[in-house]
Design a protein. Structure first.
Lengths: 92, 387
């Protein structure tokens, strides 16, 4: 199963779990799985149209999925997927 | 950057000896540091270590942009300042500290809030920018100004236990320009979705770690020593002590320097970050003084606090607690037949709550407490605990 690393600001929506193992063929499967199992996480990951938000970056291994096939980027059992939201470090 | 006319006094040579004797660094790199002009934007959590290390390292000219004053709540992480500086302008207190640390460099104070009006004029005077600001509008402002002016932007950002570092808009020896912030994050989060450090907090040592990495990359950009974080994006998870470095690329759709640029001058960044949209203006407000007047008038009203329970435990003003994430589920607890004043810590979350309640349930009797409980404490009940 692929490993998904949840960033510290979103761990409160995954029962403080930092790493999740997800059975998935591509990034979309992972997003679906996370949204189903952690409904509170969903609005932080996806916009109203179900697309990954533009201030949430997803990397498969070292690569940004925008440089691969976006949600269709395939993942393998040994893939490590990182979710990295924008942070500004202070006031809004 | 020419180093031809750069000379060192005997005192300076003694001070920088541990740099000069590193074979890969040497006198030449030290000269480049002395010739360099670096602008550090923000002298807070990240700016503190960046400024201290750059000054100690002998960067010849350091500019500091900050409009803020030192507050008690800064001292947990902003190691430039101590108790004696509370109440002083940060940029000026920082200058005094850095001049005491290294009398052989020039410190330039820009005691101003960086804006679309002044950013190009300030940044133009420097070779390298280190962005240690604390909000999305200024992040995009600094990024865009650096791209428009062709300046490398050493980026670092922190939140709670998470840190990020990269080198943006760096032109290599072949003249190829690397990615910038808009390639990494094309648009900012809408207001309210991501809590700020003022609301979400930050572990004090984290900006020390991340700001030191930022200073490292500033020194590498100036001296050309080592492999830069150009085209790479570093993140640090302080909870698990894990770091990862990702590859990032230019995006042809980048509105600043993609294939069809649409941004050719600085824009309104508050608006870009959704802080000035029309919907926001429909949230009605009351000031802390007006809330006090309402309290003493005897007129019936309901007071609701949308902060988290642990914040409520620190200090509260007797409001009903309905945390932001649960307001819709508790809409039936909110009165429709009298004024309802909603507050949080500084006013951001309560505005979000009002927006949500108005949009979903059609409330028209909700008022946001301007400046939140902190404003109320300052103006009405100064004996209460600030946090």
């Amino acid at each position: 199963m692929a490993t998904v690393i949840i960033p510290t600001p979103l761990r409160k929506f995954t029962n403080n779990t930092a790493r999740l193992n997800v059975k998935a063929g591509n990034v979309q499967d992972i997003v679906n799985d996370l949204s189903f199992n952690f409904p509170d996480l969903k609005k932080h990951l996806l916009d109203e149209n179900g697309k990954i938000r533009s201030f949430v970056n997803v990397f498969v291994g070292d690569d940004d999925i925008r440089d691969l096939q976006n949600e269709h980027t395939s993942v393998k059992d040994d893939s490590v997927i990182s979710i990295v939201p924008a942070i500004a470090g202070g006031n809004l | 950057m020419s180093t031809e006319n750069i000379k060192f006094s005997r005192e300076e040579l003694a001070r920088y000896d541990r740099h000069i004797i590193i074979p890969e660094f040497g006198l030449e790199a030290q000269k480049k540091l002395k010739a360099a002009k670096v602008l550090v934007i923000g002298s807070g959590g990240l700016g503190s270590p960046v400024l201290l290390y750059l000054a100690a390292a002998g960067v010849g000219t350091i500019g500091i942009v900050d409009f803020d004053v030192v507050d008690d709540s800064n001292l947990q992480r902003q190691v430039l300042f101590g108790v004696n500086e509370v109440g002083q302008l940060k940029a000026e207190a920082a200058r005094d500290r850095l001049e005491a640390l290294n009398p052989y460099i020039d410190i330039v104070v820009h005691n101003a809030r960086l804006s679309s009006e002044n950013a190009l004029g300030i940044i133009r005077q420097y070779d390298v920018v280190a962005d240690g600001t604390d909000n999305f509008p200024t992040r995009y402002l600094v990024n865009d100004a650096c791209v428009l002016l062709d300046k490398p932007n050493i980026y670092a950002s922190i939140f709670q236990f998470e840190g990020q570092v990269s080198v943006f808009n760096y032109k290599n020896e072949k003249g190829e320009v690397g990615p910038n912030y808009r390639d990494l994050y094309p648009t900012p989060p809408p207001p309210g979705l991501v809590p700020s450090c003022a609301e979400g907090g930050v572990l004090g040592v984290l900006p020390g770690i991340i700001g030191s990495l930022q200073a490292l990359e500033v020194i590498k950009v100036i001296t050309g020593v080592g492999e830069l974080l150009n085209g790479r994006f570093y993140i640090f998870d302080a909870l698990n002590f894990e770091s990862r470095t990702f590859k990032i690329k230019r995006n042809p759709g980048n509105p600043l320097n993609g294939t069809n640029p649409t941004i050719t001058q600085l824009i309104d960044y508050e608006q870009f970050c959704g802080l000035k949209n029309d919907a926001k203006t429909t949230v009605k407000e009351v000031t802390a003084q007006e809330l006090y007047d309402l309290e003493v008038s005897g007129e019936p009203f309901q007071l609701i606090d949308v902060r988290e329970p642990h914040e409520y435990d620190i200090v509260n003003i007797g409001a009903e607690l309905i945390p932001l994430g649960t307001v819709s589920a508790n809409a039936d607890r909110i009165a429709r037949d009298k004024k309802v004043i909603i507050h949080c810590k500084v006013g951001g979350r309560s505005a979000k709550a009002i927006q949500e309640l108005q949009d979903k349930f059609g409330f028209d009797n909700l008022y946001n407490l301007k400046g939140g409980i902190l404003s109320y404490i300052d103006e009405v009940q100064p004996e209460l605990t600030r946090y």
